[in-house]
Design a binder for this molecule. Sequence first.
Ligand SMILES: [Cu+2]
Ligand SMILES: [Zn+2]
Length: 177
Amino acid sequence: MQRHFRFRIMVPSMSMAIALFLAGCGGGTIDKAVAELTAIDGSGVTGTVTFTRTGSGISIEAHVNGLPPGDHGFHIHEFGDCSAPDGSSAGGHFNPAGVAHAGPDSPVRHVGDLGNLSANAMGHGMVMRSDDLLSFEGENSILDRAVVIHLSADDFSTQPTGAAGARLACGVIKAAK
Ligand SMILES: [Cu+2]
Ligand SMILES: [Zn+2]
């Protein structure tokens, strides 16, 4: 009788300990994600975009090579699929709220509206900024979506694309350590 009683106490406390262990080791939040950009249709454009959690949002650090000098539309597109020869499989701009396209500093914009990436004479472009609209969870989660770099500049007004033209590079945003 006493043995049976002790057994019943032990089972719930052990399962609680296992749950705490799993929460600590396996259920942690994502703090970083990376998109490795590969060239679309022989463009020669490649790069890396790193997203890192900050206190209020996500910081973006992009390094891209092989670009024509000048500004290039820089977006997060809805689908993490870069398989189509023209990059169209990534879909349109990531826009969970169903609002209008705009620039990255506009109070109302697509979540995916990251603005332009400006390439120098060497074809290198870089972006370092922080963005409070991006998230690693919930409806604004950018995980498993795609970063796309375009041939032309985003004008921040033409709907729904910013008239940024053809897609030069694409990479799926993957959770990282
Ligand atoms: Cu785009
Ligand atoms: Zn947009």
